[in-house]
Design a protein around this ligand. Sequence first.
Ligand SMILES: Cc1ncc(COP(=O)(O)O)c(C=O)c1O
Length: 422
Amino acid sequence: MAQLEFDGCKTLELAREYGTPLYVVSEAMIRQRLQTLNRDFMKKYPGSLALFASKALLTLDICKIVASEGLGLDVVTGGELYTAIKAGFPMERVYFHGNNKSEEELIMALDHRVGRIVVDNQYELELLNELAIQRGMRAPIMFRITPGVDSHTHKHITTGQIDSKFGMPLHTESKQVFMGAAMTMEGIDCWGFHFHVGSQLHTNESHRKATEILLNLVKEVKQDYGFETRELNLGGGYGVRYNENDDPKPLHYFTDALMADVEKLCGNLGLQMPKIVIEPGRWVVAEAGITLYTLGAKKVIPGVRTYISVDGGMPDNPRPSLYDARYEAVVANRPDDPANELVTIAGKCCETGDILIKDISLQAPKPGDILAVYTTGAYNHSMASNYNRLPRPAMVLVNKGTHRLSVRRETYEDLLAREVLG
Ligand SMILES: Cc1ncc(COP(=O)(O)O)c(C=O)c1O
């Protein structure tokens, strides 16, 4: 291979035509994952629904792709919801999450008739009830609960433990003030419960433990309040391959085990089988993306380390500095050369922590080379910032040898566009 190709496209051509840094996202690979969700989950378990967790990667194009494959969408803010609305995403398949939804966001969700609002706390519940009554409607809700499960992933991406900003813990008082109260509220239509145990998980243990806890809760609320749960959302979190230490499991390893557990537990506990919803984000898009950078300054500190810098870094991929995330990369113009030079890839921000990849063996990288970093489809574009006033990269969608611009590169003018000079 003279140069790296991605989904049938030559990466050097992409870098030349669209510039760097450049997010390159494969529509074909995303569709393949969405189709797997469709086939191995939604069709296999009729009545179930898979949502794409849009926080992982959200653009108008992505909304359209997800909608066309028949999945739903998980959104967390008015901005994510607005994108879905603008893309014409079917609102009945939108689930609105978030631990601090504003009144404005809740009104937006009600007025656009989103499928479910996943209520996180008592304050939100009461506010939503009032807003729904004012509009003469009943808000279709699910309760976000914290099952008290520790998912053994990076502490910034665990969400299911009791000490969490997300959801309500399952002690008696919170069950009464949250669930018990909701079931008698005029503006609230309760559907069921939701948990999300954490992200980038390679075992199904936490999901399974949380599912058992959840079904016992379903039984309890049936006994205590006569509430028949119609729907359970078991979150996302399925892991992907970032580097050689990752051993991702196929989708069905999670979904078949969970469906078998739910069926068995419902049988044992005398419960109706509810509709099951899942919401992976990373699993759908992470491996479908690479980022192309141009290499610049190379600094050899004898006996210490060799740094080589890219024309982006922390603002287009904050994950290494946020979560110590480890990426793999290749020199795209010499991918077949031996990778025998140990370097550290630095970003260009004025921040010591702006290191994209520490200690990676590459193909004798030098200024002007194009570096391709793998598995950047999730939580890169969606987490990008303008730190140090770096314009955010463009995104190109590739599809079996074709390519087209999906998000244009930010300009310096864009950086000033919101400023009101006194
Ligand atoms: C509520 C909820 N659902 C789904 C997801 C998606 O997780 P992942 O991208 O790991 O599948 C997240 C991620 O944080 C989340 O908080």
